[in-house]
Design a protein around this ligand. Structure first.
Ligand code: ADP
Ligand code: MG
Length: 367
């Protein structure tokens, strides 16, 4: 099911005198979500992710804008008529019901012609349980399940109605690190197997990057960038997106451009052809530093952390505004730790320039 969001806007009116004004939770969001894809909706807490999902599910009414499922305008439809499956962070299972009864619950609420026979219900519940691999736990109650198993039950319950759209709001937040990794792979597999258009909300960029066909990066109700995860990582449109994606995070320097060269402090560190003279933010990905004894960028060396495949060179530079630098270099490169400084050259495709006032990306010509 293709989903179209057209100028979707949600304003929550100010409540009480202490609030400074209305909250624009979602601000003029226009986007066509392609059929059968998994979309990661990503941004810091409070940026409007849940509100966007709630608008799509019908739990909230938009202040402005429209939502289409395929050709159908669903903007005025109540949630139960939209054919969406919802999964939340707190699994919200009924504690007194068994797994089977929990999964059956949405079907038993169906009325009239929509309501399957008892046998059909059981069959669909069993199929959904199989998909999330909990078919052997059907007689247990939620308290007898691990967090990961409970979340699978919640996903099965969302799938049993054969939804046109699956909406997942931070579904992995209550799971421990290992289970989070495993369950996100499961969600990816289930999405592929069912082909259901899925929107996956998370504040965790790594989570969104790892399983999404496309990510949508939001901040304060505004969509900042939409694209394939690698494309957004490689070509961030502004400083916020550049900083939000990547671990360790990107390093931001106060820099200036003079005669086609990027200067950090008084030192030219990189050719940036086609860029006019100006003060800039220069952001360097951790993997953009190349160990080079003759390199132009000289940093104060703190320590070297061996991480197996990679080495993390922890150092500092007076122009770096984002604190300590963690340069990630291949493990076979050896850093001379007897020296007080370490020198790097920079990979041009790992350095982004941003306008000091607008924080928008400045294009560098490849010539
Ligand atoms: P996220 O899910 O990205 O953390 P939300 O969509 O929950 O963010 O919230 C976006 C903004 O809207 C926040 O500033 C939040 O305080 C506000 N907000 C959310 N729901 C309501 C509501 N029911 N009433 C008033 N303000 C709300
Ligand atoms: Mg939320």
């Amino acid at each position: 099911m293709q989903i179209t969001l057209q100028n979707l806007t949600k304003v929550f009116p100010k409540r009480g005198k202490k609030e400074t004004g209305d909250v624009i939770a979602v601000n003029d969001f226009t986007f066509v979500i392609p059929d059968g894809k998994l979309i990661g909706l990503l941004g810091p807490s409070g940026c409007g992710k849940s509100t966007t999902l709630n608008l799509i599910s019908g739990l909230e009414k938009p202040t402005r804008g429209k939502i289409y499922f395929g050709e159908d305008d669903v903007t005025g439809l109540p949630p139960e008529s939209r054919g969406v499956g919802l999964v939340f962070q707190n699994y919200a299972l009924y504690p007194h019901l068994t797994v089977l009864q929990n999964i059956l619950f949405p079907l038993q609420n169906l009325k009239g012609a929509e309501r399957p026979t008892k046998e059909q219900m059981i069959q669909r519940a069993e199929e959904a349980a199989k998909l999330v691999q909990i078919e052997q736990l059907m007689e247990r109650r939620p308290s007898e399940l691990s967090g990961g198993q409970q979340q699978r039950v919640a996903i099965a319950r969302a799938l049993v109605k054969l939804p046109r759209v699956l909406l997942l709001d931070e579904p992995l937040s209550n799971l421990d690190a290992r289970l989070r990794l495993q369950t996100r792979e499961e969600i990816r597999r289930i999405q592929r197997e069912t082909g259901i258009t899925t929107i996956f909300v998370t504040h965790d960029q790594e989570e969104a990057m790892s399983i999404s066909d496309m990510i949508v990066v939001m901040k304060e109700g505004v969509v900042h960038q939409i694209g394939a995860p690698q494309d957004v990582y490689d070509e961030p449109k502004n400083l916020f997106v550049a900083q939000f994606l990547g671990t360790p995070p990107i390093h931001v320097f106060d820099g200036s451009v003079r005669a086609g060269s990027l200067y950090l402090g008084g030192t030219p560190v990189l050719d940036v052809p086609g860029v006019a003279d100006q003060e800039v933010y220069a952001a360097v990905r951790p993997e953009g530093f190349v160990l080079n004894a003759d390199g132009p960028l000289c940093c104060q060396l703190s320590r070297v952390e061996i991480m197996g495949r990679d080495t993390s060179v922890v150092c500092s530079h007076e122009c770096c505004t984002s604190g300590t630098i963690r340069a990630i270099i291949p493990a076979e490169n050896r850093v001379d730790q007897t020296l007080p400084t370490v020198r790097f050259s920079l990979k041009p495709n790992k350095v982004f320039l941003f306008d000091r006032s607008t924080q928008e990306r400045i294009a560098v010509s490849n010539a």
